[in-house]
Design a protein around this ligand. Structure first.
Ligand code: SAM
Length: 218
């Protein structure tokens, strides 16, 4: 390989993971806000270069199971709106989005699929009443450094009986057994039923996988 070819190759590898590595090192909410504000402009390019598949997997899985796709959905941690777009493509018609980063929300607005978008730190109490949303989606959001394992029961509490939630846990997050332990405790207490579970490609470009879940509040 010539010197120029080597340089080109390392430049494209750097572009492929300009922000991705940092996403797995976030530890506080302030870090997360600053990090995603800075990533907003290039997020879609970097993520699609790496073949981001989890939103489409989640949207198709939920659409297969959903009773009425016109019921309201909240896309939690909607980012630039890739997840909302996947939901709209899968047939959901009434989608709101919330995120910590205003710069990410500004990008989400341009996707044209959200009814309302609002800024919120989801580690704080949720600014809406139980049952407002029949569907909750948290795609690429419940993760080490972003949201703690207790986020799973907190979100389930917001669902009406009969409501559905779809979410993903990537390989880094699955290393912490507390995330799945919270889920299994909710199954054991008969609070939820897990209707679908699948381990598959998350970001194939960096060899990362994710487990996705569709659950129903009993
Ligand atoms: C990896 S992105 C996923 C975005 C989108 N769901 C997708 O699939 O492309 C994670 C998102 O979670 C948001 N986030 C991180 N911590 C948060 C918090 N405490 N409250 C609300 N959103 C948060 C970030 O701003 C970011 O947009």
């Amino acid at each position: 390989m010539t010197k120029d070819e080597h340089k080109g190759k390392s430049q494209s590898a750097a572009k492929k993971k300009a922000f991705l590595d940092g996403a797995y090192q976030i530890s506080t909410t302030d870090d997360a806000r600053a990090f995603y504000d800075a990533w907003a402009d290039s997020y879609d390019d970097e993520i699609s270069t790496n073949g981001y598949l989890t939103p489409v997997r989640c949207a198709r899985a939920l659409a297969e199971i959903a009773d009425d796709q016109t019921c309201p959905m909240l896309d939690i941690g909607c980012g630039t709106g890739i997840s909302g777009l996947a939901m709209a493509d899968a047939g959901f018609t009434t989608i709101d989005g919330s995120d910590l980063s205003q710069a990410m929300l500004d990008k989400a607005k341009t996707k044209g699929v959200y009814r309302n978008l609002w800024q919120a730190d989801l580690k704080q109490p949720f600014p809406f009443e139980v049952g407002t949303y029949h569907f909750l989606a948290a795609i690429g959001v419940i993760a080490t450094g972003h949201m703690p394992p207790e986020t799973i029961p907190r979100l389930v509490d917001l669902l009406d009986h009969g409501g559905f939630m779809v979410f993903s846990l990537n390989d880094h997050t699955l290393e912490n057994p507390n995330f799945e332990a919270h889920l299994h405790a909710l199954v054991d207490s008969k609070t939820i039923s897990i209707l679908f579970e699948d381990y598959g490609d998350h970001l194939p470009g960096i060899g990362l996988k994710s487990k996705i879940f569709v659950l129903k509040r009993n």
